[in-house]
Write a protein of this length. Structure first.
Length: 316
């Protein structure tokens, strides 16, 4: 047997569906044909790739390794096909990107539009994921590019600096903290919080900071988006932390106060992650270069002179 893309694609589909029958239905082929392909793969590699049981299938360690490698091979083949199908038209390709909510709401819309103006034949598939999932998926070749908060992850990934978030505290107008000019995070911990979902990088950072202050983080309610968080804050359910750049896009007109946080961690670096910068597709490399250039240009822009009023908490 020689390895072929069809066998690898069917193997990936079985791994993702969890059953051979489900994969066969999704690919519109007979279950026996899928089983035969899987058996041929196991014979070719001389090792079991799947454990079959009455609930479906589970990957062996060898199967997990093949899944990660197969995704990378299939992505590269897809990109090759798209770029070579109509070579005379110029640059082509599909870029798969996983990014956190902060990057998607603040930076990627404008930067992606500028990229499309330069490269109209390149497409982007963008999905929102939490930061820990993004680095794991980039390592597993689940996407070409990851954009998220810089966190310890333990993977051998290329890490490129992107933008820097400023995290701020949002309070109701009548809250005891609302009239402050700025705040140390530990001074906010006596109050109830509206938090983001448990796996978000901001939620993990707040838990870490509270632990270092030897204080509990009192989460009254948790939500999955910045706009939901700020609506809950306006309703008086607690205070919350969000990136400053995301606030005006989501909560214009809400009656809340925004306070700078003095702690160093409130300046949060975002990074671009790729598995291997020398092996990503040309389309993905063009996009990475564009993001880095856009980020550098924004950092070099002259700062707007701030008035005394601008330094006070914002009413938005």
């Amino acid at each position: 047997m020689k390895l072929d893309p069809t066998s690898l694609r069917l193997f990936v589909r079985v791994a993702e569906m969890g059953t051979i029958t489900g994969a066969a239905d999704a690919e519109f082929i007979a279950t026996s044909a899928v089983s035969k392909r899987l058996s041929e793969l196991e014979a070719h590699f001389s090792t079991p790739l799947l454990h079959r049981n009455n609930r479906g299938v589970e990957l062996t360690p060898a199967g997990n390794a093949l899944l990660h490698l197969s995704r990378g091979v299939l992505h590269n083949l897809e990109d090759l096909d798209l770029q070579m199908r109509d070579y005379t038209s110029g640059e082509r390709g599909i870029i798969r990107i996983f990014a956190n909510m902060s990057a998607i709401t603040q930076y990627l819309p404008g930067e992606t539009q500028a990229f499309f103006e330069k490269h109209p034949d390149i497409g982007v598939q963008l999905e929102e994921k939490v930061s820990p999932v993004i680095t794991r998926e980039i390592m597993a070749n689940g996407a070409d590019i990851g954009i998220c908060a810089k966190l310890p992850h333990g993977y051998d990934l290329a890490e490129l600096p992107y933008h820097t978030d400023e995290l701020v505290l949002v309070t109701p107008l009548n809250h005891p903290l609302a009239n402050r000019d700025a705040i140390d995070f530990r001074d906010s911990l006596e109050h109830a919080y509206v938090g983001l979902h448990s796996s978000s990088a901001i939620n993990l950072q707040l838990l870490k900071a509270a632990s270092l202050a030897n204080r509990p983080l009192r989460l009254r309610i948790q939500v999955t988006s910045y706009d939901a968080l700020c609506l809950m804050v306006q309703a008086g359910l607690g205070i919350g932390v969000v990136p400053r750049g995301a606030i005006r896009q989501y909560v214009g007109g809400l009656q809340v106060r925004v306070l700078p946080i003095r702690d160093d961690w409130a300046k949060r670096p975002l990074c671009i992650y790729v598995n291997n910068i020398d092996r990503i597709s040309m389309a993905a490399r063009l996009f990475v270069d564009h993001l880095i250039e856009s980020s550098n240009n924004s950092k070099h822009q002259p700062a707007v002179e701030k008035s005394e009023k601008a330094l006070k908490p914002l009413l938005i």
